[in-house]
Design a protein around this ligand. Structure first.
Ligand code: T3D
Length: 263
């Protein structure tokens, strides 16, 4: 399959998806949404997928919606932004959250609007030190979308979430790390190698266990302690039946390195 707005590959259990519209800082248009959707279809059906990398080409990660598709002449119909979220952005966030493998996001440059919030929806977010996160929505009269109003207060607390959403200030990668918004800020020239070593790591880990960690942590945002204890019981039961769990225990007892197959 060949793509024009993204680079996409799956090899040895590692999916790599790079947004590739660098002239507009990888802003989303319908063509890019369509291609991402095709890539996710392929990933969801891929045998033996262990991890996905999401990143951007050029100097930006993603500038959110392509605004050149949103200017309207007086008298023209206004675009239905709710429809745009329902058709494209919301399914994308839901699919990234539901993907049963870790999604590593390497934020290579500015992440604005939907671009920032899609990064926050990934499991492990690395950012180049020069990258910035900007909740630009307030600058054009919109509300943070792609789960921004859900993730921001949970990651940062109400005060910081409100200020970022209402002021649209740029947050540096280091600030984002120190606020717990992302996992780590790394030197620009180390971003790719740091991301690759995470991919190599995850490609050798017990994938079903990691998928269940993702499920449990996501559910914890809205579950009561009782509900969460029940969920942990059910997930642990499922994990206990995997070949990787058996291998992990056997390797520990035999004092050797485990070989996990993701099964
Ligand atoms: O509409 C719906 O479907 C609803 C969903 C909405 C989701 C959203 O994401 S709404 C938010 C949309 N995004 C924005 O408002 C961001 C607009 N861009 C910016 O604020 C700034 O460009 C950045 C803060 C992202 C980066 O600033 P800077 O100074 O590093 O770069 P720049 O010079 O502004 O941009 C570089 C080029 O990218 C420039 O093109 P040019 O002049 O070199 O030909 C600029 O026009 C283009 N660009 C940047 N962002 C967008 C864009 N082109 C189209 N759409 C963009 N969002």
């Amino acid at each position: 399959m060949s793509f024009e707005t993204i680079d996409f590959s799956v090899e040895s259990g590692i999916g790599r998806l790079a947004l590739n519209r660098p002239d507009s800082l990888n802003a989303f248009n319908v063509a890019m949404h369509r291609e991402i959707r095709q890539a996710l279809d392929e990933l969801e059906g891929a045998e033996g997928l262990r991890v996905l990398l999401l990143t951007g080409r050029g100097r930006g990660f993603c500038a959110g919606q392509d605004l050149s598709d949103r200017s309207v002449a007086p008298g023209d119909d206004v675009p239905d932004l709710g429809e745009s979220l329902e058709s494209w952005y919301n399914p994308l966030v839901r699919r990234l959250r539901a993907l049963p493998v870790p999604v590593v996001c390497a934020v290579n440059g500015v992440a604005a609007g939907a671009g920032a919030n899609i990064a926050l929806a990934c499991d492990i977010v690395l950012a180049a030190r020069s990258a910035k996160f900007v909740e630009v929505f307030c600058n054009i009269g919109l509300v943070p979308d792609c789960g921004g109003t859900w993730h921001l207060p949970r990651l940062l607390g109400h005060a910081r979430a409100t200020a970022l959403a209402m002021l649209g200030d740029k947050v540096t990668a280091e600030q984002a790390e120190s606020w717990g918004m992302i996992w780590r800020a790394v030197d620009d020239d180390a971003l790719e190698s740091e991301a690759e070593s995470l991919l190599t790591h995850f490609a050798q880990q017990p994938t079903q266990g990691l998928a269940n960690i993702k499920k449990a942590l996501t559910a914890s945002w809205s579950n009561s302690l009782d509900e969460q204890l029940d969920l942990e019981r059910d997930l642990q039961r499922a994990c206990g039946r995997t070949a990787d769990y058996r291998e992990g225990v056997a390797a520990f007892m035999e004092k050797r390195k485990p070989t996990f197959t993701g099964r």
